[in-house]
Design a protein around this ligand. Structure first.
Ligand SMILES: Nc1ncnc2c1ncn2[C@@H]1O[C@H](COP(=O)(O)OP(=O)(O)OP(=O)(O)O)[C@@H](O)[C@H]1O
Ligand code: SF4
Ligand SMILES: [Mg+2]
Length: 370
């Protein structure tokens, strides 16, 4: 799906979110950091859908939450419609938040079971002064339910009285209640049955067309992201490694990590399935508390070279129209000048957050959504 390019609504520059790992019985000492997001640059145009994919733990949710200032950025800028959200405080931050909403993976745990649907939808409207006139508010509530395909009678019900797909519709209505411009949808369909996933994806697309919304859609499932996204960013250990429009990414993946991700998706045609390139990644995702030097993918990369890969961190650079890749050898790989080889999995030392012996990290509380 391709829409005309709009102006830039959101620009993220060198964004970092490092969670301190604290230890100590009487006095907390910072003994390290989880580099959950570590230098992300991206720009999202008004009205587009930007898909964000990557392995579990690579920092997708932290990036999404940092855009909304639900996680405090350690460094960098998040410029939303001309204003640097990363620098806002108090009332100004609260006002900016109305225009950026989030939809969560698990609609059950993100909806308060003790609140009726009416009270869930009203909460955000009240917080932002959008419920001044009683009749208008009632009309608005009915309109919201109709927009997400739920009957009016839902207003008096509680989350447990709905199916998973219906609960996600309530989550979407809650986000829409405050009339946002940008919605960050964090795995919006991965907790739903496959049969219901397509309905919710279609609903998100219809709402985008009707309301001119801009989406960041975070997903594990490359098929979901491909279907819904105009452009896709692939994340690995806290940074983007490749970004381009959805069709180019699938047709012409350039980063070795993207190639490995795509090669893991089975193809329905048995002839193609038998002959296509399959890249098995050696080892697990290294700890974001102790990321590899140089290119963060070098411990698993089948194209790793003796120079640069282990020592110099590659920047995300444009190597085709609108196609950005963070790999020193992207052109050589693309043109077949270097070939993949076997990778011996390296033993990666786990420290801090991912070491169960050390207990959970203590990072303080995240900001509230309203
Ligand atoms: N509040 C926190 N305190 C400490 N570490 C955190 C916190 N939130 C996330 N992390 C760590 O940051 C890293 C990135 O986490 P994040 O949830 O952003 O990944 P993700 O890509 O969304 O993963 P998933 O696909 O499993 O949802 C992980 O190592 C995680 O343990
Ligand atoms: S920079 Fe080196 S290690 Fe990193 S993806 Fe490219 S070839 Fe692989
Ligand atoms: Mg996540």
């Amino acid at each position: 799906m391709t829409r005309p390019a709009g102006d830039v609504l959101l620009e993220v520059t060198d964004l970092k979110v490092h969670f301190p790992i604290k230890r100590g019985v009487v006095i907390d000492r910072t003994v390290g950091h989880v580099y959950a997001v570590d230098g992300v640059d991206l720009a999202i145009r008004r009205g587009e859908t930007y898909g964000l994919v990557g392995e579990s733990g690579c920092g997708k949710s932290t990036l999404g939450r940092a855009i909304l200032r639900l996680n405090e950025p350690t460094a960098g800028h998040v410029v939303f419609d001309g204003t640097d959200v990363a620098a806002l405080k108090g009332e100004e931050l609260r006002k900016a938040r109305r225009r950026m909403q989030m939809i969560f993976q698990d609609p059950m745990s993100s909806l308060d079971p003790r609140q009726s649907v009416e009270s869930i939808l009203l909460e955000g409207m009240r917080a932002h002064g959008l419920d001044k006139d009683k009749d208008a508010t009632q009309r608005r509530l009915r309109q919201l339910l109709s927009a997400v395909g739920l009957p009016e009678s839902s207003l008096r019900k509680y989350p447990h009285e709905f199916s998973g797909g219906q609960r996600q519709r309530i989550g979407i209505a809650r986000a829409l209640a405050v009339e946002p411009d940008l919605i960050v949808a964090d795995e919006p369909v991965s907790a739903l049955d496959v049969s219901v996933q397509a309905q919710v994806v279609n609903l998100l697309e219809d709402l985008q067309d009707q309301l001119g919304l801009t989406y960041v859609v975070i997903a594990h499932d490359l098929a979901v992201v491909r279907h819904i996204s105009d452009r896709i960013g692939v994340m690995y250990l806290g940074a983007l490694v490749e970004e381009t429009d959805a069709d180019s990414l699938y047709r012409d993946p350039l980063h070795p990590y993207t190639r490995a991700l795509l090669s893991a998706i089975p193809v329905p045609d048995p002839q193609v399935e038998d002959t296509r390139e399959q890249i098995l990644l050696a080892g697990d995702l290294p700890s974001p508390a102790n990321p590899p030097s140089g290119c963060r993918f070098h411990t698993r990369c089948p194209w790793r070279q003796a120079s640069l890969c282990d020592t110099d961190r590659p920047q995300l650079r444009e190597i085709g129209s609108g196609h950005r890749v963070a790999c020193h050898y992207a052109e050589d790989i693309r043109d077949g000048r270097i070939q993949p080889h076997e990778v011996e999995p390296e033993l990666v030392e786990l420290t801090g957050a991912l070491n169960p012996d050390l207990g959970p990290p203590d990072v303080g509380t995240a900001a509230e959504i309203l």
